[in-house]
Design a protein around this ligand. Structure first.
Ligand code: SDX
Length: 392
């Protein structure tokens, strides 16, 4: 039944809920948003269309998409006082911490977005965060790079506008370079939702206390930051760069990944659900070749990545544990080719996952789900008598 928590004593306490948004089949490597295959959506739709589909359940008509786009554009202003909060961070602050803080700070400037109950109030909160989040993402990057902050241009498309706000010199040629725009659009689609992963479950459980959409998203951003989750895309590049610095000896790192006494893991490999290829990794791997080729970028770590993948797919340890490349293994290589700094990679994951988080929060609220309360198996002490301090 909805909201039931199934405790699997054999492995891990897995909270569960009913949802009609995203379907995964880990054995067959299937991923569908509202019944549409990820392959179709990545090839034929754009990010704003997919965001609408995830949030409202249907692919939008031309009129619905135009209204959604215009409503978002009308809410793209971020209060100047938010910049004062941004100014308080040192340049060394990780952009995920900045993004989580600024997302939460937006609550103070948008009080009507907290206690939402009607679908209209929810819609207004949704278009506000869809509009302001890309500005916060861009500001986090420009803060990191010590660059002046930029606002969007409502004459540009949703993804073009993100590129314009992010890059130092938003020269039209780069911002409206189809290869760059299409590559980022596809990456955002591929990250848009993934049913009850760690950060989405966080958004749902925080939202279940009616803490509000922005507060729930801020918590989700913090959960995504971890290197076992969305932080893996940054960790993959750092791992590949380390292997390159160390002479490109992939066999040495495969041995480390299998050594039980070595905490090293092959970042970008393995998945709780996919026990076959992550369908997103297949699409991103193909896109990495195309984007780097189209941009004329030669990146030696792409070759290291492919070598590592080949070795892992032929290695019995990895085969036995069904460890395949996941969404994070190749995505960082494309972000790098687009000129996005490594510390911004997980922020780009959050930008893509935003509509999925919103859709899951909206579904949970519209279903009037009770406050989340995961169960436990108590494994502590039985009743025992108190001991005075002088007898301990
Ligand atoms: C994302 O849930 C989602 O949907 C997440 C996500 C999304 O879209 O939201 O898909 C995004 O988070 C992708 C995953 C990104 N993380 C990484 O790439 C980090 C590296 N991978 C792992 O740490 C790990 O594979 C997890 C966290 C992804 C999954 O871990 P599990 O399912 O808890 O598996 P486990 O840790 O119990 O490992 C099972 C076995 C263990 O060996 P044994 O103890 O059985 O001998 O596999 C081994 C692990 O040591 N193992 C690895 C490994 N991942 C698992 N060994 C080496 N390298 C790895 N990467």
């Amino acid at each position: 039944a909805s909201g039931m928590i199934t405790i699997d004593p054999g492995y891990k306490n897995t909270g569960s809920c009913e949802s009609g948004i995203t379907f995964l089949d880990g054995e067959k490597g299937i991923l569908r948003y509202r019944g549409y295959s990820i392959e179709d959506l990545a090839e034929k739709a754009d990010f704003l269309e997919v965001a609408y589909l995830l949030i409202f359940g249907e692919l939008p008509s031309k009129e619905q998409l135009e209204k959604f786009d215009n409503d978002i554009k009308s809410k793209s202003h971020v209060d100047e006082d938010v910049k004062k909060i941004l100014d308080g961070f040192p340049k060394t602050a990780h952009p995920m911490g900045v993004l989580s803080s600024l997302t939460s700070a937006l609550i103070a400037f948008n009080p009507t977005s907290v206690n939402v109950s009607s679908e209209e109030e929810m819609y207004n909160a949704i278009v506000k965060i869809m509009a302001k989040f890309p500005v916060l993402v861009a500001w986090a990057m420009r803060k990191k790079e010590g660059l002046p902050l930029d606002y969007g241009d409502n004459n540009l498309g949703y993804v073009e506008n993100i590129l314009k706000m992010m890059f130092k010199k938003p020269n039209q040629e780069y911002v409206q370079n189809d290869i760059v725009v299409n590559a980022l659009d596809q990456l955002l689609i591929l990250h848009a939702d993934h049913e009850q992963n760690c950060s989405t479950s966080t958004v749902r459980i925080v939202g279940s206390s009616h803490a509000g959409l922005f507060a729930s998203l801020s918590a989700g951003i913090s959960a995504l930051w971890g290197p076992l989750h969305g932080g893996a895309n940054q960790a993959v590049i750092e791992m590949l760069e380390g292997i390159k610095e160390d002479g490109g000896d992939t066999k040495k790192y495969m041995a480390k990944a299998k050594d039980k006494n070595d905490p090293f893991r092959l970042m970008g490999f393995g998945h709780r659900v996919y026990k076959n290829f992550d369908p997103r990794a297949k699409i991103i791997k193909k896109a990495a070749d195309e984007v780097l080729g189209d941009l004329g970028v030669v990146d030696p770590i792409l070759d290291i990545a492919k070598g590592l993948e080949k070795e892992a797919l032929e290695d019995q340890y990895f085969v036995d544990r069904k460890l395949y490349p996941n969404v994070d293994f190749y995505s960082g290589i494309i972000y790098r080719a687009l000129g996005i700094p490594t510390e911004m990679f997980t922020v780009m994951f959050a930008l893509g996952r935003l509509p999925g988080w919103i859709a899951q929060w909206r579904e949970m609220r519209l279903r009037n789900e009770p406050i989340g309360r995961p169960r436990q198996i108590y494994v502590g002490e039985n009743l025992r008598p108190f001991k005075d301090l002088n007898k301990r």
